[in-house]
Ligand binder design. Structure first.
Ligand code: UDP
Ligand code: MG
Length: 310
């Protein structure tokens, strides 16, 4: 059986030698397996590509797809899945050793037991900062409250996909690819392998909180239309209250002859509802933007060159 290890890399020259070392030791412990190493260079600006090419020149099981610029991890993964689609199973790993390559062993074991999707579950996130853990928790809670199909908590992109699971992911045509959501959407027999998330071995993370926030928004809007529908309910509720309030004001005037007053309450109401309307417009805009991007039908990524690929 042939297993493809898919590693997206973006400016990872510092960590690649460590990764390679660990991959080799895993390979030695699984002598009966055939591995191919598929690196997707996501527009690195450092020596990553040169280093990979140097390795690939000596080792034909190292394949490289180099994208024409940085398209983001989701696009890089998609490019890799297309290339690896012929392998019996594909295993996705981060380059920075945060997902320990030893996971390959239990992943393959589960695959043999008949699972199509085996994902690494971060059972121990103590090495992530408090804020990161907190925001991740909030995201999963919100996502699972909204989405039709809840995401397992603490599952990253690190996973094994059988060939038919890869085909299933590739059959989803959307351009905005929230991979975790797609991996989860396809279903099939799924197993989790718990592991302790490591600290990044070398180099720097490519994600800042602004990027993560946008990623979260993309994930939510890609997986649920509930935020759009909420406004309808909210509108009904507010209109109901407004109607009752109107009756109340009328009654006051008729029965007690109160002069109409209330600059403050008027101001608060107007400002509050202007805000609410802007928010709801923003939500609609968010979805409209996604529709716009989908209708443009642009390719997800462009390939600059391939090495050792067939
Ligand atoms: N990555 C990528 N393109 C990007 C950003 C990241 O291919 O635009 C790769 C990166 O090289 C690494 C993996 O995605 O292999 C995870 O990135 P990182 O470690 O920066 O993310 P974190 O672990 O901090 O979430
Ligand atoms: Mg990382």
């Amino acid at each position: 059986m042939k297993t493809a290890l898919l590693v997206p890399v973006y400016n990872e020259q510092e960590v690649l030698p460590f990764l390679w070392e660990q991959l080799q030791s895993v390979r030695k412990s699984l002598p009966q397996e055939t591995f191919e190493y598929l690196f997707v260079n996501d527009g690195s600006t450092d020596g990553t590509l040169a280093l990979l090419k140097q390795w690939a020149a000596e080792n034909s099981s190292i394949k490289i797809i180099s994208l024409s610029r940085n398209f983001g991890k989701e696009a890089a993964l998609t490019a890799g899945l297309y290339e690896a689609a012929k392998a019996d199973a594909v295993i996705i790993l981060d380059a920075d050793l945060q997902d320990p390559p030893e996971l390959i062993i239990p992943f393959l074991q589960k695959y043999r037991e008949g699972f199509d999707v085996v994902y690494g579950q971060r059972s121990d996130r103590r090495r992530d900062s408090f804020f990161k853990r907190f925001t991740a928790r909030c995201f999963y809670k919100l996502y699972n409250a909204l989405a039709v199909r809840p995401l397992p908590e603490n599952a990253g992109d690190c996973r094994l996909l059988s060939r038919r699971a890869v085909q299933a992911v590739l059959s989803l045509p959307e351009r905005e690819r929230f991979m975790k959501g797609l991996f989860n959407w396809i279903g099939f027999r799924t197993a989790a392998v718990p592991f302790a998330r490591q600290k990044r071995k070398a180099g720097k993370t490519k994600w800042n909180y602004w990027r993560l926030w946008n990623f979260a928004l993309e994930g939510l809007t890609a997986s649920s239309t509930l935020p759009l529908r909420l406004w309808t309910y909210f509108g009904f509720i507010v209109s109901g209250f407004a109607f009752l309030y109107a009756l109340w004001i009328a009654a006051q005037k008729i029965f007690w002859g109160n002069p109409v007053s209330g600059y403050a309450s008027l101001m608060v109401t107007v400002l509050f509802f202007s805000g609410v309307q802007l928010i709801s417009l923003g939500v609609i805009g968010e979805y409209l933007g996604r529709v716009f991007i989908e209708t443009k039908q642009r390719p997800l990524y462009l390939i600059d060159e391939k090495t050792n690929c067939d």
